[in-house]
Each structure stands twice: as C-alpha cells, then as structure tokens.
Ligand binder design. Structure first.
Ligand code: FES
Ligand code: FES
Length: 893
C-alpha cells in the first residue's frame, strides 16, 4: 500500500484531503470519501460510490465516456489514481447543481442529442467545463471541447446543438421552456429515455450490482489457430478470491451455439483446435474483478500453435485446412462445409452476358473493402442471478428472445426457468446480435449459484464480436449510348471469419443489392462466404449493402463518365420508379421515391459541379426493411393498463435508434393520449412479447405496426367512454406478420421485402480534399419522428465517412492489431455539416403510418460518394477502403 495522501479539509467547497495513515481520502461532489486502497478513480466512483454517470467505455483513456470534472477541467477518470488526487475537487454529473442538471437534461433531450446515451454524461461534463469558461461558445469551440470524446451514434451535430442551447439557457438564466406533452406522429418528439441518459441515471448492464455478486472472466486463446494440449486451472484456483474455474466439460447443455448455424463453441475443449482469438478456453469466477482478471491470466494453457487461414484465397486453396471439418447443426440438419465455404448465393435474371456484349459502354473493376469494428461505446456486460432453480439475466444485446433460446440450449435448462431482461443498451449497430457474455454469465451463475457479472474489456470486445465483412467485389456493368443501364455481372467473396454468425444473410443482402436502385433486369451475381481464422464477421449497419454500394456506385460513376453524363444524370435516367422492376425482380411500389431523392440534391449537385473550388461526389442506394426473403418476420407490441397508465411492452431492443419513442408516438397518435400517460418498458421475457431481433431496419415497421394494432383496440375502448382507470389490468395484444417470398421464388416478381428505402447522398470536398458538407436525401416513407430521423442520418453519415476515409482494422495472423484509440473513428472535429433532406411520400394510412426503416441505409453511400469526389479531384480511381492518398490518409499507410 502506498503512503497516505495528503489532504485538506475545507471550507467553502475547497478540496480537502486528509493524511490518514493508509486511507486515501478524496472529495467527490462535495463529500469526503475514503478508500483503504489505492485504485483507479473510475472504479472508486462507480464501484464504491455508485456514481453511474461515469461510464467505462474503454479504461484505456481513449473514449471519454468516463470524463469527470477535476478542479474545473474535464479529465478522464480511468487514467487517474486516488493517490494522485490530493487536494482536488472532483465533480460528476450527479454533483451538478439542480439547475445545471435540469438545463443539461432539457437541452440534450430537446436537441435530439441522445441516442444510445452511453457517451452523453461525458459530453455533458465537457459542456459544463466549456460553458463555465466561455458562456457563449461557438460551434467550433464546442467541437474542440468534445474532440476527445467519441460518440458512435450521433455524428456530433446534435450534441453541439445541445451545448449551444444549454449555454444560452445558462447565460440568460432563462426558465426552461415547458416540456411538450405531444407525442404525435410527425412531431419532433424528444426521446423518452433522454433525460435519464443525459444525467447518467439510466442503467446499462454494468451499472447493476447485487449482494454477493462475483465476477466471471474469459480465458481467451492466445492464438487464432492452435491445438489445445492442456488446460490446468490449478494455478488460478490457488489465487485469493477465486471461486471456480470452468472448462468445456462443465457446460451442462449444448456447447455449440449460434443464431442460424450452431458452429460456435462456448468453450474449446482439450484436444480441439481454436478457430479465432476470441475463442474461450475457460471461465474463471472470483470475488472481485481484479481477482478474476488475475485468475484468468493464471490458468495454464498448453498450445500447439498452428498456421491460421487469414484470407479467402487461403481458405479456398486446394488442400487448405478445413476450419469446420467436423460439421455443425443448422436448422436441424448436420452440415459439413466444403472448401471452407459457409454460404453461396446466386442471382440470375435476364441475360447479363448478352446485355453487356451489346452495351455501348462497359466498365469493370474489383473493389476491396476491409473489416470494420462496430465500436459501440458500451462494451459487452451481462449479469446472471440464480433465482429458485432458474436464472435471471440482465443483458444489453439486440434480441432478448435469441438470448433466451441460446442460453436455454447452453445450460440445458427449459426456457421457463430463464428470464432475460434488457438494460439500456449502449449501441449495437449489429455487433450485439450474437451471444458474447450472456451465456457465460448464465453458465457461471448456474454452476456457482451466485450472481455473476461478466464484462469484456474494450480490447476483448474488439477481439471477440463479429465485424463488418471484408469483401472483394468484382463487377462489370454496361449501358447503352444514352446511359441506360443494360446489365451487371458481379462476383463477391466475403471473409466471414471463424464462425457463421450472420455471414450467410449478409452475403445474400450484398448480392440482392449489388444491382443498385435502378431499373434494369439483366443480372448475374454470384457470392461466396468463406470461413477463415480471422475474428468472425456478421451484422453491421448496412448488412452487406454498404459493401455492395461501394462497388456498384463507383462503377456507375465511371460509366457516367464514359457515357458523357454527370453522376446525377445517369442516376436520374435509371432510377427505379413506381411499377418498374428492381434488378432482384421485386416491383417498386407506388410510394417509391428514388427519383425524389435525386431531385432533392439536384440544385446542390449542379452548383458544386460548376464551382472550381469544390469537388462533389454522388452515390445512391436502396435498403430493405425487414428480414424478408421468406423468413418468418413478426413484430409484437402489447399495451398493458396499470396504475391508470399505459405500459408499452415490446421486446424490440432500443439500441440507440429510438424505437421506444417511436412506439410511444404511435400509441399517442392512435389513441389521442399524451406522453405523460404512457410508459415504455424495457424488453423482458416475462413481460414483453417476442418482436424479433433489432436488425434489418425492421422494428419501426414491424413493432411499430404491432403497436398500432394494439393501440386501435385501446382506442375502441376509450371511444366507448372507458377511462384508463376503468381499464386497469387489461392488456391489448398487437402483432404484425408479413409474408415475403423466398430467394429463388419462381414468381416473375417476387416480393422479397415489405419495403425498400431509397437515398442519395452528396459528399463535397474543398480544393485540398477536406470535407465541406454532406447532403443526405432519404426516402423514409414517413418520418414518425423527424428529430430522431435526422439523428440517424447524421450518425450514419459519420459512420460512412469513417468507413470511407479513416477506419481500419489491421490483422496479423488473425489477431487484431488495433485498439479503440487507433481504429480511426470519426471525432467531432472531423465531421462536416450534414444536411438531411427527408422525403415522405408514403400513404400515412399504410403499415406503421408508412414509415420505412432508416437505420442502415444512412451509412451506405458515403464511401462511394467520397471515392467519386476524390476521383474528380485527382483522377485516381480508388478501389480500396479506407481511401488512400486523401486529406485524411496518406497513400500506402
Ligand atoms: S473509459 Fe476512460 S477514456 Fe474510455
Ligand atoms: S449517443 Fe453517443 S455513443 Fe451512443
């Protein structure tokens, strides 16, 4: 133990710390606290004082979610030790004055600055420190003040708006405007959970703690591919505080899990080979987090290191090691992959070869897009608690019912003995669809009969969860002399890493969307997804369309140049219009507004094209809403009347996209009730019905329509003169099911998906190649909440720009060579203004008031639009991401 620190007691709120032998004494939020041992300030604030506004996004000093105020300055609490805080005044959001808390909660809520919310308390701290020094900050000063705090959701603009508003309210000592009770469809409704998230009182999984709780920790493989010769838990068991070490033989149920293919073992057994560095060899359980970490390092593993397969070429090579040679169960059948192929997809319509032979202009190219890390700000945590002879689990994933099924299988426990409850979720973007910590926490709690928390460190999160797929896309595209598209031939290879995850559907979406949002019918597309020993790849915002869009839109811009047309003009000539057939065969419905997205950016495109000071790139996209292609797709939402209030219950995971507020608005719109009469509950398998996974931009449409169905029943009762009090205890069930046609349907025009969203984005560079502006025109059907929709667009554009320009994910022998701080995530100072243009053409009487999901398409176009803008600047036709030789990234970096 270090010697005592020095303290001082104080008058008038001065920092006072006292030398007290072995005690470390610090002043937090005006109160003196002591600790018997030195520790990181973040741990002291969270674990000892329960100050949950201080978030652990990395514990590496990289993300800013743990920011607190020390002597008036924003400081990261994860790089401060108690022993260095003598004489300092420490303030967290919990210690702000009541007026400051009210102002920041109001400003961040009404500006739409809160999505998943995990970064927000840290932003609020930065805002307070800035406003205290500069009561009237400019937007540039705000950008600078929050430059070291990542937000993966918002694109920063609405956070900046919130700080501007908070500064004004504080500066002018203005009373807070009356909060609007309106929750109607089409209103700019603030999120239901925004105030609690802004002030740090919203609880994420890691914010919970229970009496007697112990900590579980994974022992991960040191190598991507190795044979496990021995696992000796004895050195770990000899350490203080260690409760147990569990290995593969301790799993009571099915060891292999996975949503679609059960190819992912919860633990690798002795004698088996690892498939990636995220493979778990053992779980240790100990009384404290530190003891669990020490024990995980102490488990003695003997490896035989083997050569990993690190690319599609290596996976496909004759005689290559077969990563899943023993096979696995998938939809009740035993599958043994051949040639390391997880999945193949073929789409043939018309005669692409003949169309290309007859084309006036043809372009072709091969594009390489890398894996990308989701970098949601909240690393994975789950807590499992033994209850009776069952287990309750608090999670932060994207689908509690998927977890329900998989934990049940893993433990060999019937589902009725499990209960899964979702806490607030600090972002997902697809990266929390697969199981990560949930099943391991459940296993440890089931075996040791104590509450167990399992958390990934930031690096473990990066190493473990599935990424955006790296793909190689080869395309050949042709048009006639007038620029009318005739056909496309494409070949796609994707690296799905060690496990299937959603690699099949992601490849399928890449194949079904590589034709683009255009009116032509000659398509020849083949795709193959290969297993490798890289980290798994799976769902990530865009779901294969992001990759396909990079290829097809770059080719289309090249074709436009050959045909002597602008990028805008070739799109306008070919844009899918109502009644026409998409390249995948589906007829465009009457509300299709692809042309309108182009017309919305026409003036800006032509203005920038004509100005030699700028370079403007253009790209368009379409994206399905809903799982589609014949897969069962059901949304559910019930309304329960309790305590004179309406409780909205759906398992639709709120991962930052705002689905809870959408459901509230739909109920308000249908029933005429106001938002203060309605509570939206968190997903809970005991209370909320299965609404499927939050994926495929589906919940606004599916859970939203289910909410409408339930709300119509409630309205009928209210119209009969019933009051909520009189309806006490009644439940209204809402369900919406849409049957789509499967892939390969013999129908001439199969309905693959319930709806498609369409969009066009422009990226504008200055002469130096620096981002100036992004214009994003989106066919959203109907904006249930324009404030939220803008936030989705701004955040998606930020993610797309990162994909285009700065983000990378280098691997060496299958091991990520990157930390959170070196991923190249966009910061506030990187982001240009984003102008959102929402196009609402749908029949408001349609499904979910005509809303189409927006969550994914928003990030699909930035990469090809940037590629096009840089090509116009320097004539280099780039085919790899992130783009090199730009203002943001040197060539050959
Ligand atoms: S948790 Fe401290 S900077 Fe990320
Ligand atoms: S709202 Fe900022 S990370 Fe989600």
């Amino acid at each position: 133990m270090e010697d005592a620190i020095i303290a001082v007691t104080g008058e008038s709120g001065q920092a006072k710390v006292q030398a007290s032998g072995a005690l470390f004494t610090v002043l937090v939020n005006g109160t003196v606290h002591t600790s018997a041992r030195d520790m990181l300030l973040i741990d002291f604030l969270r674990d000892e004082l329960g100050l949950t506004s201080v978030k652990n996004g990395c514990k590496e000093g990289a993300c800013g979610t743990c920011t607190i105020v020390i002597d008036g300055k924003p400081v990261r609490s994860c790089v401060q030790k108690l022993s260095k805080l003598a004489g300092k005044t420490i303030l967290t959001v919990e210690g702000f004055s009541a007026r400051e808390r009210d102002v920041f909660a109001f400003a961040f809520s009404s500006a739409g600055a809160v999505q998943c919310g995990f970064c927000i308390p840290g932003m609020v701290v930065c805002a307070k420190c800035l406003i205290d020094q500069h009561p009237a900050p400019t937007r540039e000063e705000i950008k600078f003040a929050i430059r070291n705090n990542y937000c993966r959701c918002t694109g920063y603009a609405k956070i900046e708006d919130a700080v501007l508003l908070a500064a004004k309210l504080i500066r002018e000592q203005a009373p807070l405007p009356e909060a609007s009770l309106s929750g109607r469809v089409g209103d700019r409704v603030s999120r239901v959970d925004a105030p609690a998230k802004a002030l740090g009182s919203a609880k994420y999984a890691d914010d919970f703690s229970f009496p007697g709780m112990v900590y579980g920790k994974n022992v991960f493989s040191r190598y991507a591919r190795a044979r496990i010769l021995a696992i000796d838990p004895a050195p770990a068991l000899a350490l203080p505080g260690v409760v147990a070490v569990y290995t593969a033989g301790d799993i009571p149920g099915k060891r292999y899990i996975g949503h679609l293919a059960q190819d992912w073992p919860g633990m690798i057994d002795v004698g088996e080979q690892t498939r990636c560095c995220g493979d778990t060899l053992a779980m240790v359980v100990a009384e404290t987090r530190e003891q669990a970490e020490a024990a995980a390092k102490a488990v003695a593993v003997t490896y035989e290191e083997l050569e990993p397969i690190c690319s599609c070429d290596e996976a496909a090579a004759p005689g290559a090691h077969q990563i899943h040679a023993e096979g696995f169960s998938q939809f009740g059948k035993w599958v043994v992959p051949e040639n390391n192929v997880l999945y193949r997809e073929r789409l043939h319509r018309g005669d692409a070869e003949a169309a290309l032979d007859g084309a006036a202009f043809v372009v072709e190219g091969t594009f390489f897009v890398p894996p990308v890390e989701h970098a949601f700000m909240e690393p994975e945590t789950a807590i499992a608690l033994p209850e009776g002879d069952g287990i309750r689990i608090i999670t932060g994933g994207q689908g509690i019912y998927d977890e329900y099924h998989e934990v049940s299988a893993y433990l060999g426990l019937p589902m009725e003995k499990l209960r899964i409850q979702s806490a607030s979720v600090g972002g997902g973007f697809g990266g929390k669809e697969d199981m990560s910590v949930q099943h391991q926490a459940a296993l440890c709690a089931y075996l040791c009969r104590r509450p167990v928390k399992v958390s990934f460190s930031r690096q473990e999160s990066i190493n473990y969860h599935p990424k955006r797929h790296a793909m190689e896309i080869q395309g050949r595209m042709g048009c006639d002399a007038n620029g009318i598209l005739l056909g496309l031939r494409a070949r796609i290879r994707s690296d799905t890493g060690a496990y299937a995850s959603l690699g099949g559907p992601v490849l399928q979406r890449a194949c079904t969307h590589v034709g683009g949002p255009y009116n032509y019918q000659n398509l020849d597309v083949e795709g193959t997804a290969y297993y490798t020993n890289n980290p798994p790849a799976g769902a990530f915002r865009g779901f294969g369309v992001t990759q396909a869009c990079m290829a097809v839109e770059s080719l289309l811009n090249q074709l436009a140049e050959k045909a002597g047309l602008s990028g805008w003009e070739i799109r306008h000539r070919n844009a899918i219009r109502p009644g026409q057939s998409l390249p995948n065969g589906q007829l465009a419905d009457p509300d299709t507004a692809m042309v309108e997205t182009l017309e919305a950016v026409k003036e800006a495109f032509e203005r920038y094209e004509a100005d030699p000071d700028y370079h403007v790139g253009i790209a368009s996209s379409m994206k399905n809403a809903g799982v589609g292609v014949g897969v069962p797709d059901v949304g559910r939402c019930n309304l329960g009347i309790h305590g004179g209030r309406v409780h909205v219950r759906s398992s639709a995971a709120a991962i930052g996209q705002g689905v809870q507020t959408i459901l509230l608005q739909i109920v308000c719109e249908v029933t005429g009730l106001t938002r203060d009469q309605i509570d939206v509950e968190h997903p809970d398998t005991h209370l909320t019905p299965d609404s499927g996974t939050t994926t495929a931009s589906r919940q606004t449409t599916f859970a939203g329509q289910a909410a409408r169905v339930a709300a119509l029943q409630l309205k009928a009762d209210l119209d009969r003169g019933e009051t909520l009090a009189a309806l006490e205890g009644k439940t209204y069930l809402g369900e919406f099911d849409f049957k789509s046609d499967p892939m390969g349907s013999p129908k001439p025009n199969p309905v693959s998906h319930i709806a498609y969203g369409f969009a066009t984005q422009l990226v504008v560079l200055d002469r130096a190649g620096k981002l100036v502006e992004v214009l994003a025109a989106h066919d959203i059907g109907r904006a249930i909440n324009p404030l939220s929709a803008e936030g989705q667009v701004e955040g998606g554009v930020a993610m797309g720009l990162g994909y285009a320009l700065t983000e990378h994910f280098p691997l060496k022998a299958g091991i990520p060579q990157v930390k959170l701080g070196t991923l190249g995530l966009p910061k506030s100072t990187f982001m240009p203004p984003v102008k959102t243009l929402l196009i609402e053409k749908n029949d408001p009487g349609g499904v979910a008031f005509g809303a189409k999901g927006l969550g994914e398409i928003v990030c699909c176009m930035a990469a090809p639009a940037c590629q096009n803008a840089y090509y116009k600047m320097d004539g280099v036709f780039r085919t790899r991401l992130p783009l090199e030789g730009t203002y943001y990234r040197k060539a050959g970096k």
